[in-house]
Design a protein around this ligand. Structure first.
Ligand SMILES: Nc1ncnc2c1ncn2[C@@H]1O[C@H](COP(=O)(O)OP(=O)(O)OP(=O)(O)O)[C@@H](O)[C@H]1O
Ligand SMILES: [Mg+2]
Length: 137
């Protein structure tokens, strides 16, 4: 599935994304720096009714939100992680195995701790404001 969107149509885009991926708990977001991974995850969390302030997990590695629709959500950014060992130290494996939704940016950093079944989301900037979202559904 391909979805073209910009910031004025992101709500509809994340709703379609949710419908496509909701049966899988661990979602991995692929895309270059600035592709829009955090922006999409924030819009998705808002769509899922998260009331907490949604911040960038860059410095925390793991942010936990609560959604009336999805339950606990772990938003993780693995960019600063060196490898699997560091990920395990940070408690990331526990999140992945918790059965809660996990939205992961930069999954490439610790690929080997990901479960077999993940929902892959690919994001690409097509120009300044438009993005192409592709999923393996
Ligand atoms: N259609 C769009 N979707 C998402 N972001 C957009 C869009 N149009 C413009 N932007 C802008 O592009 C930037 C995307 O930044 P964002 O932090 O979401 O990227 P990222 O993929 O998480 O980067 P990083 O790898 O550094 O974490 C934001 O400044 C956002 O406002
Ligand atoms: Mg980000």
């Amino acid at each position: 599935m391909d979805i073209q969107f910009n910031l004025s149509t992101i709500k509809e885009a994340v709703q379609s994304l949710w419908n496509a991926g909701k049966d899988t708990k661990v979602w991995v977001f692929h895309g270059e720096m600035g592709a829009g991974k955090t922006t999409v995850i924030h819009a998705l969390c808002e769509q899922l009714g998260v009331k907490q302030a949604i911040s960038s997990p860059t410095f925390a590695i793991i942010n936990e939100y609560n959604s009336p629709i999805a339950g606990a959500i772990y938003h993780m950014d693995w960019y600063r992680m060196r490898d699997e060992e560091e990920a395990i130290q940070a408690g990331i494996e526990d999140c992945l195995l918790s059965g809660n939704y996990c939205f992961v940016e930069w999954p490439e950093k610790a690929e080997n701790i990901l479960p077999e079944k993940v929902f892959n989301v690919y994001l690409k900037a097509t120009d300044h404001e438009n993005r192409l979202l592709t999923v393996n559904a």
